[in-house]
Design a binder for this molecule. Structure first.
Ligand code: NAD
Ligand code: MG
Length: 388
């Protein structure tokens, strides 16, 4: 029987890949609702091509335009926060949560309804409010399945044994566009160069996070909440071919790895459907043709964001919330050309150390958002010239 699906962030990179999976398997899914940020035409097109029943745009001012774009289609629509929450509230078996940044937290958290499956791409929900988010998911009987390729691979690898027998869970990093660059060259690089990811085609914010390796740091925190593994049992390995996505090293020395060609449609399909895998008509991994896979240690001197994220994970409490908020502001400032590459890590570090003690982990999403707001204000004050 077809499952009903709601896509949050339907117009983004993950949203588009999700649409491809759905369109190739029309009999498996019917789309209940699609949610986007501000692009009216892109959302209307997605709603029509997927045959959604409802479309919501976060941008309140776009209501009339969205109504026009969907006139005569029979697709219900709305704009603004309440419309987004209405979309989330409509009955669906699966919610694919792929809004970018902390903006995704409220709708993703609202999507935690009993019996549902959350295919989670929005890693910021876990980084900003992981303790509260996962506790609410457990309490409400919601299955949270990671879409992030590394975590999706780990999710499978971990089924080969008990968590207590995990010595280390390792997520791989392609290394981003600056993997082989010397520090001085990286320091002078602008957002365009930072966005030229060698392997993945992604949204603009995660692209910059991949260049700074903050993305891997956020993913360590994400893994901590998803799998209940502490900082000491989580690690990063640079693997430029991006074929192995996650590795579990067991206490007896054996390893279990998750491999796939780097295509987000693979973990998306898996997160939506689970053990009963969907046949996907994608190129198959030909290891003999690839010949060799290579690995390096991550260089935290050229990529200090990774060290900052590790420190926040170790410190616990609200440290990851603060780190994530400061990073979002710094990345925005970098993309706007207001600051240089290494100012991102400098701003994050200064904001993190401006909080005396990190207290307990925010117990509710509201608490997490309050800390997030304060950290954003502090980060904005550190951006020279412009107030963002
Ligand atoms: P993107 O920028 O391409 O798309 C973001 C989507 O969110 C768009 O549909 C946008 O309209 C929507 N959006 C933005 N602000 C919104 C708001 N306030 N309310 C509602 N919708 C809003 O980003 P992406 O690359 O698709 O990434 C989405 C999420 O998935 C991020 O959390 C990212 O870390 C995670 N992720 C992405 C990839 C990838 O390959 N792109 C891989 C792993 C995890
Ligand atoms: Mg990833």
């Amino acid at each position: 029987m077809a499952r009903s699906l709601t896509i949050l962030g339907a117009t983004g990179s993950i949203g588009r890949s999700t649409a491809e999976v759905v369109l190739a398997h029309r009999d498996e899914f019917h789309v209940e609702a699609v949610v986007g940020g501000s692009n009216v035409q892109a959302l209307a097109d997605k709603a029509k091509s997927l045959g959604a029943r409802f479309a919501a745009l976060a941008d309140e001012g776009a209501n009339a335009e969205l109504k026009d774009a969907l006139a005569g289609t029979g697709i219900g629509c709305g704009a603004g926060r309440s419309a987004v929450l209405e979309a989330v509230d409509r009955p669906s078996d699966i919610v694919l949560a792929a809004i970018s940044g902390t903006a995704g937290l409220e709708p993703t958290h609202a999507a935690l309804k009993p019996g549902r499956r959350i295919a989670l791409a929005n890693k910021e929900s876990l980084v900003c409010a992981g303790t509260a988010f996962m506790a609410d998911a457990r309490r409400r009987g919601v299955e949270v399945v990671p879409v992030d390729s590394e975590h999706n691979a780990l999710d499978h690898a971990l089924t080969a044994g008990h968590n207590r027998n995990v010595e280390k869970a390792v997520i791989t990093a392609s290394g981003g566009p600056f993997r082989t660059w010397p520090r001085e060259r990286i320091a002078a690089a602008g957002a365009r160069e930072a966005s030229a990811h060698p392997i993945w085609s992604m949204g603009s914010k995660i692209n910059i996070d991949s260049a700074t390796l903050m993305n891997k740091g956020l993913e360590l925190i994400e893994a901590h909440h998803l799998f209940g593994l502490e900082a000491e049992r989580l690690d990063v390995l640079v693997h430029p071919e991006a074929i192995i996505h996650g590795l579990v090293q067991w206490t007896d020395g054996a390893l279990t790895a998750g491999l796939a060609l780097p295509d987000m449609k693979v973990p998306i399909a898996n997160a939506m459907r689970g053990a009963e895998r969907i046949p996907m008509n994608l190129p198959r991994l030909d290891l003999a043709a690839i010949g060799r896979l290579t690995f390096e240690r991550a260089d935290e001197l050229r990529f200090p964001c990774l060290a900052l994220a590790r420190a926040a994970l170790k410190a616990g409490g609200a440290a990851p919330t603060i780190l994530n908020a400061a990073n979002e502001i710094a990345v925005e400032a970098y993309m706007a050309g207001h600051i240089g590459f290494y100012a991102i890590s400098e701003i994050v570090e200064e904001v993190c150390s401006s909080f005396s003690g990190t207290g307990n982990a925010p117990a509710t999403v509201a608490e997490a958002l309050a800390v997030d707001g304060e950290a954003r204000d502090r980060a904005r004050r550190l951006v020279p010239g412009k107030r963002l």
